[in-house]
Design a protein. Structure first.
Ligand code: FAD
Ligand code: PHB
Length: 389
């Protein structure tokens, strides 16, 4: 049996970032990831980083490419049935957001992990957690047919929504809050110069669309789709035709039909599991909570959890603090619930819900109020750029 201080389950952005921060602090970690490194590095997900996230990546020493390649956006646009309004994030809050793909964040973190020499095991099967409520924990797993066992002080459950960590907490001790939305997002990635300078969140009578980007030569676009839809049902032509119908006249004529590099469907869900600690196990990121992507908060929340967990572990190991580990879950949940509220609000205001005439009037009134009220714009902007870490 080997030993380490912290076993990190999952090599998504949460697990990799925690590994990097703890490594810099001289705290030993082992990362166990179910998938291959190629698979983890190839996943297309989020694209918008809050300033707080950029600051944590700077602190972790993984921001040099982000600094040179990230696109700083001072505003976002909201479209509603033909009308479009720019929310001037910079003027309203003094802050901006940075467009830099989760894929790139993951690559930067994987490179830093490899350079640090700290151990990671990809394709670790049957990860199981033991002794979480005792005086020391153990993690077992299988790699290339060989069984392994590691003893540790703590386990960081960074293994996403479908991981093993949350399921290792007795169900009677967890309180689950959940809302599943009756629609999903079909996303498409393509190499073409974005005709828009800033992101556009557009609500149309055919459903929601988002115009985003990854670089000056790559776009990422989404359309609201039904929950039972399949990627195979959508040719690239069909996607672009639908996107053009929803995004508004100005851009419809400027969006060419270009072949996709990737297309995928994501369901939309709000989910929180409380508390985020069980004995020696700490949950972080999607393992503990999910937001619908409309507020661009999922990745940013994973980063604030990880910052708090890093600070809690540093407090425990370096300052011998008795309370730092106890503060972790309540500290995270305060920020998480605010991001849950904002993501739910953005999702509810911008997506079509057929046969809900009252709901449609509420959306219309809410967005007109947003367009006309400086106070409403400040509130939206301060949430979009990210509440303080
Ligand atoms: P993950 O990135 O899910 O990483 C968890 C890791 O744990 C994975 O690598 C997984 O393979 C591994 N793992 C799982 N089970 C085990 C196990 N038993 N043993 C070992 N390892 C395991 N957010 C946005 O803001 N905008 C978006 O557009 C957006 N799109 C998304 C699309 C999809 C399909 C998904 C799933 C999420 C999307 N998100 C988006 C959310 C955002 O990507 C997540 O919030 C972010 O990835 C959370 O990071 P994480 O490290 O907590 O979890
Ligand atoms: C993305 O670029 O993938 C993206 C941007 C903003 C969102 C969600 C996804 O709210």
């Amino acid at each position: 049996m080997t030993r380490t201080q912290v076993v990190i389950v999952g090599a998504g952005p949460a697990g990799l970032l925690l590994g990097q921060l703890l490594h810099k602090e001289g705290i030993d970690t082992l990362i166990l990831e179910r998938r291959s490194a190629e698979y983890v590095g190839g996943r297309i997900r989020a694209g918008v980083l809050e300033q707080g996230t950029v600051d944590v990546l700077e602190h972790a020493g993984v921001a040099s490419r982000l600094r040179s390649e990230g696109l700083v956006h001072d505003g976002v646009e909201i479209g509603f049935r033909g009308r479009r309004h720019r929310i001037d994030l910079k003027a309203l809050t003094g802050k901006a957001v940075t467009v830099y793909g989760q894929t790139e964040v993951t690559h930067d973190l994987m490179n830093a992990r490899a350079a640090s020499g700290a151990p990671s095991v990809y394709e670790a099967e049957d990860v199981a957690l033991h002794g979480l409520d005792g005086s020391s924990a153990r993690v077992t797993y299988t790699h290339r047919g060989v069984a392994h066992e590691v003893s540790c002080d703590f386990v960081a459950g960074c293994d996403g929504f479908h991981g093993v960590s949350r399921r290792s907490i007795p169900a009677s001790l967890l309180k689950i809050f959940e809302r599943v939305y009756p629609f999903g997002w079909l996303g498409l990635l393509a190499d073409v110069r974005p005709p828009w300078n800033e992101l556009i969140y557009a609500s149309s009578d055919r459903g929601f669309a988002l115009a985003s980007m990854r670089s000056p030569t790559r776009v990422r676009c989404y359309v609201q789709c039904s929950l039972d839809d399949r990627v195979e049902n959508w040719s690239d032509e069909q996607f672009w035709d639908e996107f053009r119908r929803r995004i508004g006249e100005e851009f419809a004529s400027q969006v060419p039909t270009v072949p996709s590099l990737e297309k995928s469907i994501a369901p939309l869900r709000s989910f929180v599991a409380e508390p985020m600690r069980y004995g020696r196990l700490f949950l972080a990121g999607d393992a503990a909570h999910i937001v619908p992507p409309t507020g661009a908060k999922g990745l940013n929340l994973a980063v604030s959890d990880v910052l708090y967990l890093y600070e809690a572990l540093r407090g425990h190991y370096r300052e011998r603090s008795a309370s730092s580990l106890d503060d972790y879950s309540p500290r995270c949940l305060r920020r998480i619930w605010r991001a849950e509220r904002f993501s739910w609000w953005m999702t509810s205001q911008l997506h079509s819900q057929p046969e809900d005439a009252f709901g449609l009037r509420m959306q219309q009134t809410e967005l007109e109020y947003l367009f006309d009220s400086h106070a409403a714009q400040i509130s939206m902007a301060e949430n979009y750029v990210g509440l303080p870490f």
